[in-house]
Ligand binder design. Structure first.
Ligand SMILES: *Cc1c(COP(=O)(O)O)cnc(C)c1O
Length: 421
């Protein structure tokens, strides 16, 4: 459920016409609905009400500080994967005691930053990282709370590029080595193993893979008690799938129903690192039609947003629903490719898609663009990154200005020697 709705053929975001916002800020731009975001957060949080839990919003899904602040106001923590994301989460006012830090390539300075800020825990991805955290924490005279990211060797039945819990994946430590790793950790003075972490993939549509992997994780937690390691947190990762086009999305209740009985068996706090399910449907990308063209039987709608603005279709072959912002009556549907202006043939927003015939200047809405949308945007082809707008009821706020040409060259410098010739 979301608050992007058509009234008499005109698309609204909450109480405001999307077309009116487009006239003000220009295109392309991302548009977020505050009430949709809040609703998704709350429904997820309530689904796990029965057990002690903490929702750590996965910052890589949408890292705008306004979005993070809106979620902090709902009580959310954060799951960060870099020093930059930690900076954003803190800047947005997220309580450090609700922040977890994952990622397999943390640098020494990122680890020190996390230790200085006293975050809830660091998710460790390798033996060498564990040693480095121990060394840095000891030097700073602190004890680092940690979880070890375990690879449960589970097929999450999702796109291979977003599956992260298979044996051959680069993430985590194989389950078979986990006991030994925790035993090492329990003897290091600079770390305190308090959690187990897993993240098996993204856009997972069925709870089965979670049940299967969490059974293994709960067994591990219980075996660790025997070793004297007191596991207080099980971080089940993220990955709850959502509806983009035709797929059936179950909603958080059904995931909770399957997960709660499994994790209840150990008296732990459950951490949920959810990104997509919280913010995916809370955002759309609004773009304008530049041209219609055809090549043989193939018809193209050229729009002013490209793979540099929304990478998912090009990167994963992801499908996003696309509709006109203002529906024209009585126009035929055509099968088209919706393509961007980038000089790459892989630059498209949709392929072989039925769309009502559009004309130059029409606005299109690309739905479910609130997660992994702006955060994956780039300046490729020297295109300024788009604006971001946040709507709450009948108010709209610019939460990120469109970049300018000056922004594109900020930080660049021509060597003196080149200037003098
Ligand atoms: C990306 C990621 C998440 C969030 O995944 P979603 O599919 O957006 O819920 C959670 N945890 C880790 C470690 C991640 O890398």
């Amino acid at each position: 459920m979301d608050y992007f709705e058509y009234k008499n053929g005109v698309l609204y975001c909450e109480d405001l016409k999307v077309s009116a916002i487009a006239e003000k800020v220009g295109t392309p731009f991302y548009l977020y609905s505050h009430n949709t975001l809040k609703r998704h957060y709350r429904v997820l949080d309530e689904a796990f009400e029965e057990i002690p839990h903490l929702v750590c919003f996965s910052v890589k899904a949408n890292s705008n500080v306004a979005i993070l602040r809106a979620l902090a106001n709902e009580g959310a923590g954060a799951d960060v994967v870099s020093g930059g994301e930690l900076f954003r989460a803190l800047r947005a006012g997220i309580d450090p005691s609700k922040i977890v830090f994952a990622g397999l390539g943390k640098t020494a300075s990122e680890i020190e930053y996390a230790l200085r800020e006293k975050i809830l825990m660091i998710n460790v991805e390798s033996s060498e990282e564990l040693m480095l955290i121990n060394e840095l924490a000891s030097k700073m005279d602190v004890v680092a709370p940690i979880a070890i990211r375990v690879n449960p060797d589970i097929d999450p039945q999702t796109h291979p590029r977003i599956a992260t819990g298979l044996k051959e994946s680069k993430f985590g430590i194989p389950l078979s080595q986990a006991m030994a790793e925790y035993e090492v950790a329990s003897k290091l003075p600079g770390v305190n193993p308090i959690g187990i972490h897993q993240h098996i993939g993204s856009q997972i549509l069925k709870p089965g893979p979670f049940e299967e992997s969490l059974r293994k994780i709960v067994n591990l937690a219980n075996s660790l008690k025997v070793l004297g390691v007191d596991i207080r947190y099980i971080n089940i990762g993220g990955g709850f799938g959502i509806q983009y086009t035709e797929e059936e999305a179950l909603g958080p209740d059904r995931f909770a129903e399957a997960i709660i009985p499994v994790v209840k068996e150990c008296n732990c706090t459950i951490i949920l690192e959810i990104g997509r399910m919280i913010c995916g449907n809370s955002g759309i990308l609004v773009t304008r039609v530049l041209y219609n063209k055809s090549s043989g039987n193939k018809k193209f709608v050229v729009v002013d947003a490209g793979m540099n603005d929304l990478l998912r279709p090009s990167l994963y072959g992801a499908e996003h629903r696309i509709e006109p912002v203002i529906i024209r009556r009585g126009v035929p549907d055509l099968e088209v490719d919706v393509v961007g202006p980038i000089c790459e043939s892989g630059d498209f927003l949709a392929r072989n898609r039925k769309l009502p015939r559009v004309e130059r200047g029409d606005l299109l809405a690309v739905f479910t663009a609130g997660a992994y949308g702006f955060t994956m945007a780039s300046n490729y082809n020297s295109r300024p990154r788009p604006a971001e707008v946040f709507v709450s009821g009948n108010k709209a706020y610019l939460i990120r200005k469109r970049e300018t040409y000056e922004d594109l060259v900020r930080g660049e410098a021509v060597p003196r020697d080149l200037e003098s010739t």
